[in-house]
Design a binder for this molecule. Sequence first.
Ligand SMILES: Cc1cc2nc3c(=O)[nH]c(=O)nc-3n(C[C@H](O)[C@H](O)[C@H](O)COP(=O)(O)O)c2cc1C
Length: 363
Amino acid sequence: MDNILFKPVKIGKYELPNRIFMSPMTRSRADNPENKATPLIAEYYEQRSTAGLIITEGSQVSPQAAGYINTPGIYSAAQVEGWKLTTQAVHKNKGHIFCQLWHVGRMSHPDFHGGNLPVAPSAINPHDHSFTAEGFKDTVTPRALSIPEIHGITQEFLRAAENAVAAGFDGVEIHSANGYLFHQFFTNCSNNRTDEYGGSHENKARFFFETLAAIGGAVGFERVGVRLNPSAHGFFGITIDKETIPTFEYIVERLNDYPKLAYLHLVEPMVPVDNVPYAEKEIAKHFRPRYKGKLIINCGFRFSSAIRVIEDDLADAVAFGHAFISNPDLVERIRHGIDWSRWDDKTFYTTGNKGYTDYPRAT
Ligand SMILES: Cc1cc2nc3c(=O)[nH]c(=O)nc-3n(C[C@H](O)[C@H](O)[C@H](O)COP(=O)(O)O)c2cc1C
């Protein structure tokens, strides 16, 4: 008999055949002037279409939202056409695919913006690195967004969500994790605003909830997922303080006001936080009781830990990242108990098919 990861699960209005989801992963193969998803990108996702749900790599909602070279956009007509190849390829195999909507905020670099500063809640340098056409460069002090600009970015997310649906995606995931724009609003290390977008939990979450409401109103909440990484610490400029986890508790509990939301996607600590004051070490355990809808959990899961987290009812599905890079047939390998191949991190962000579509199937 198949293990519990093969128990069907309903996400939004979709009945999915398994709980083995593909985590969003930037692969930098949109190496064309329009940053358009290519036939090679479609082939990569098609190879992985037995995943219960694929969540694409982050796709920038505007030119300003980009912060890495060769990432695919979802704001222009050409990009919508490009993504259609991917959605058609995945649907041909009866798979399901959501598009991750992305704005990197202060993680970008003036090289992407004709010398202009990247934008953020506040003018605070994350002191990290941006991956530009000339290699890694130090981040700079960004420019604080005005309130009309914040409203404008909400509109860009709304249009990107509509574009995603027009491109044939089954839904969108709002990338509000990993130190990017929404996350920058959530934390004191990146947000010292004194207007209604900073200070209290409610204010720090205001931009996110305004955007969620706009997207859900346009494409339907059952097509919208949300990704959060509450215990992110020590990378991409994010540090935790005593208000961080309470802010995430506020956000997660308020997501219950959107009962049709497709899912909440949480990430366990990406780096050890045992010695980090105020960090929450067990994300699924801490947040599961606070959220009534479908929960996807991610980060570091293997065969037995994935089965356990579902059996313990701490999540409804598990998203796998690295494992899906090097195992296009991860679902079949899990079904038949076949070993997983190791990934090559040197080809994560290169161009071409090497380390991308050339990982063999075992099945
Ligand atoms: C190459 C690579 C690119 C990634 N890009 C994204 C991304 O675009 N959006 C995102 O939310 N997370 C991104 N992540 C994080 C993964 O989705 C996932 O959270 C992480 O790899 C941990 O899960 P795993 O242990 O199963 O790999 C990326 C990870 C890797 C390895």
